[in-house]
Design a protein. Structure first.
Length: 218
């Protein structure tokens, strides 16, 4: 029972933690740029892998040296995450224009002027899978992740139980984010209207920037 509880708690909390808004907007922005389901799912998995790597390193250091993450470090990490989200959103929007994926046209119908967004690009954008790992790793330093590392380390009487918690927490984040990104990729792949997909990519980029500005306190 001593090992079962941290395993169940770690995996469950890992899945729940995945759906923090800053995580979702970052992965959605990346995944929306992929034209294949497997490509989108890979982004989610690599985000989870980077996130897990950070948690495991922090957890091992906490267990070994019995220290808590300084509030200043967490504050710096949160600001970094905010800046990263802004950069991701800007990258999505700028790449759409630069690659001529998105064009704004004005049309007049029955005397009423409308603005339409059209996409004319074929193929996929350049892969940035390695970036997704580092985005996840940065997220691992910020927000509630740090708290979830400290709690089991502080209350556990067994180092093995604490490590099991951390590993299952990481596996939970990888599994949940992979499924989320897979879903995003599936929806994007099945959308027949290029205009709708373009709007979705644009909105995901804008959402990433908005959340980023909120994180940095602007």
């Amino acid at each position: 029972m001593e090992i079962v509880l941290p395993i169940l708690a770690g995996f469950t909390l890992g899945c729940i933690h995945t759906f923090d808004v800053d995580h979702i907007v970052a992965v959605t922005a990346f995944a929306s740029k992929r034209q294949t389901v497997t490509g989108a799912a890979t982004f989610g998995f690599l985000w989870g892998l980077g996130h897990t790597a950070t948690l495991v390193v922090l957890g091992v250091l906490s267990i070994t040296f019995r220290f808590a993450i300084p509030p200043m470090m967490e504050s710096i990490a949160e600001t970094t995450v905010g800046a990263l989200l802004i950069a991701i959103g800007a990258w999505v929007l700028l790449s759409m224009f630069r690659q001529k994926q998105m064009h704004i046209h004005k049309h007049t119908h029955d005397g009423v002027e409308h603005v339409h967004i059209h996409s004319h690009a074929d193929g996929e954008s350049h892969r940035h899978s390695h970036s997704m790992f580092w985005v996840g790793a940065t997220h691992g330093f910020a927000g509630t992740a740090a708290v979830m590392v400290i709690i089991p380390v502080a209350i556990s009487q067994s180092v093995f139980s604490a490590l099991a918690y951390l590993l299952l927490f990481g596996i939970g984040t990888m599994a949940a984010m992979s499924m989320f990104a897979y879903t995003i990729g599936t929806v994007a792949a099945r959308v027949q209207s290029r205009s709708i997909l373009t709007w979705f990519q644009a909105l995901s980029g804008i959402a990433s920037m908005v959340v980023g500005f909120m994180w940095v306190g602007v």
